[in-house]
Design a protein around this ligand. Structure first.
Ligand code: G16
Length: 546
């Protein structure tokens, strides 16, 4: 007979959530008690499950189903009144946020390692989102980590059957209602309420306008089919890799120039595809492309902000806008032009939630292929695609000329990010320490034609709750306002990833078409001289350039 049991456990020392939840290799999560410890610690920090509603779902990667069953048993044993699970245990991250908000849930557990590879040898992850639908703030993730260090036991069910996750409807498990829902309609309805579906439909059913959306064998395939094909009339051939797979077809479900190469090649090819887009493992990232034209995520945020009045959901104006520190300053110029509030936050979507809840911002975005708005509390890949399609439809202009017009108005903010992946953690920390110790002496120093104006370690005081976050990235700004930002990634699962971000504003249209890697060369040279990357890491070139 099913009964609630307390299981004695021992702690793991490595359960500190990173930029976005706890991400580890699947084999780490498969250790006995590993997942359970983190889940119980989370339940303890939110004050137990009594009477609460929990949303549960993940990006469908390997181990998603098994983890969902484990969590359902633990939720029932912890007294949750209701668990709302995405069909098959699957919810895109934006859909999870939307369901938490639509159903007034107390929070949700999202099972995802985002753009990291999947499969038995890939990565897995879990994070808690609160009642506002957004990722837990730092004070809470810190509290969960502290709890994992002292946890003695967790609560689960003994002799409980597995829940049928494929059949829609409600069942009962040890007094907890388990509701399996299809999130696609909820999400699609939300999109239909924001965008001009009539105008987009006219665009997508015009045979001269060809769209390609690459779901990268990840979670957004079914959402894209419902919205783009069923509701907006795009031909099925508009979708690429739209069948979700547990291992993402063996690829990195990471929508960037390297991992979405097939899509990029199509847009650069002879087929005259007008617009291309891709989203990541859990559907919150996006990359957008015009014909033969890559649209940098920083530019994308600025363009959406400048044109938001053309989209029904934002026609009443924007409260404000925010970007993460390393994101180029293109959107700052638009905010100043519009006379709206602007915020610079640390990397991590969790920092936008308070600003949205307080009504201070409507749009926000990050260089890491994330854009979103206050319709939910996560970044949203398909939302960004629909926003672009809405703009292309009402401006009756290709994506490329919309961006070009933007540059003519505001200038171009050249941007690039160089990633050095899988480097030794000690070497990476040594580089950061050496750089930090030199910050005070950098102003006034010259590197090529560049003179350092100021250098600091970014810290952030949340304007809503006054919480403070330190050591969020080194920024070095030169007298011509060009900028280098340096930080270590918080989403990797082995070793360290060093990220170096470069941006520089250009007003002269004669330079707008220059290749970003060429335009930014003087900054790269200054960076090598200041950071000594080769000295510390042995690397003479980045692994990924975006
Ligand atoms: C997560 C966060 C983003 C962050 C990105 C990169 O995205 O939600 O806010 O910008 O990681 O973080 P890092 O530079 O620390 O690797 P996702 O899509 O992986 O959940």
């Amino acid at each position: 007979m099913t009964q609630v049991v307390d299981v004695t456990t021992t702690q793991f020392a490595d359960q500190k959530p990173g930029t976005s939840g706890l991400r580890k290799q699947v084999s780490v999560f498969q250790q006995a008690h590993y997942l359970e410890n983190f889940v119980q610690s989370t339940f303890n920090v939110i004050g137990g499950g009594q009477g609460k509603t929990l949303v549960l779902g993940g990006d469908g990667r390997f181990y998603n189903r098994a983890a969902a069953q484990t969590i359902i048993h633990m939720a029932a044993a912890n007294g949750f009144a209701r668990v709302i699970v995405g069909q098959g245990g699957i919810l895109s991250t934006p859909a999870a946020s939307a369901v938490i908000r639509a159903r007034g849930a107390d929070g949700g557990l999202i099972l995802s390692a985002s753009h990291n590879p999947g499969g038995p040898n890939g990565d897995f992850g879990i994070k808690f989102n609160g009642a506002n639908g957004g990722p837990a703030v730092e004070s809470m993730t810190n509290a969960i980590f502290e709890e994992t260090k002292v946890l003695q036991r967790y609560c689960t069910l003994q002799d409980a059957a597995e829940t049928d996750l494929d059949t829609l409807g409600e069942t009962s498990l040890a007094g907890t209602v388990i509701e399996v829902l299809d999130p696609v309609a909820i999400y699609a309805d939300l999109m239909e309420g924001l965008f001009d579906f009539e105008a987009i439909k006219e665009l997508l059913t015009n045979p001269r306008f060809q769209l390609r959306f690459d779901a990268m064998h990840a979670v957004t395939g079914p959402y894209a089919r419902e919205i783009l094909v069923n509701r907006l009339g795009a031909p099925e051939t508009s979708l690429m890799n739209a069948e979700p797979k547990e291992d993402f077809g063996g690829e990195h479900p990471d929508p960037n120039l390297v991992h979405a190469k097939d899509l990029v090649d199509l847009l650069n090819g002879d087929e005259m595809i007008a617009f291309g887009a891709a989203s990541d493992g859990d559907g919150d990232r996006n990359m957008v492309l015009g014909t033969g034209f890559y649209i940098n995520p920083c530019d994308s945020l600025a363009v959406l902000t400048a044109n938001a009045h053309l989209v029904p959901g934002y026609s009443g104006g924007l409260a404000g806008v925010a970007r993460s520190l390393p994101t180029s300053r293109a959107v700052d110029r638009v905010a100043a032009y519009l006379g709206i509030e602007f915020f610079e936050t640390p990397t991590g979507w969790k920092f936008f939630g308070n600003l949205m809840d307080a009504g201070r911002i409507t749009l926000c975005g990050e260089e890491s292929f994330g854009t979103g708005s206050s319709h939910i509390r996560e970044k949203d890949g398909l939302w960004a695609v629909l926003f672009w399609l809405n703009l292309i439809a009402v401006r009756a202009q290709p994506a490329r000329s919309i961006v070009r017009d933007h540059w003519e108005r505001f200038g171009r903010d050249f941007f690039s990010r160089h990633d050095y992946e899988g480097i030794d953690s000690d070497q990476a920390n040594a580089l950061m320490q050496a750089l930090t110790s030199r910050l005070e002496s950098l102003p006034g120093q010259t590197f090529g034609d560049l003179v350092v104006a100021r250098a600091d370690n970014f810290s952030y005081r949340d304007p809503v709750d006054d919480s403070e976050s330190y050591n969020q990235g080194i920024r070095i700004v030169f007298e011509n306002d060009a900028r280098i930002v340096v930080r270590l990634s918080g989403t990797g699962t082995s070793g360290a990833t060093l990220r170096v971000y470069y941006d520089q504003h250009e007003r002269d249209p004669a330079y707008f078409s220059v290749y970003a890697q060429r335009y930014l060369e003087p900054l790269f040279a200054a960076s090598e001289a200041i950071l000594n990357i080769q000295h510390f890491t042995g690397r003479d070139a980045p692994d990924v350039i975006t």
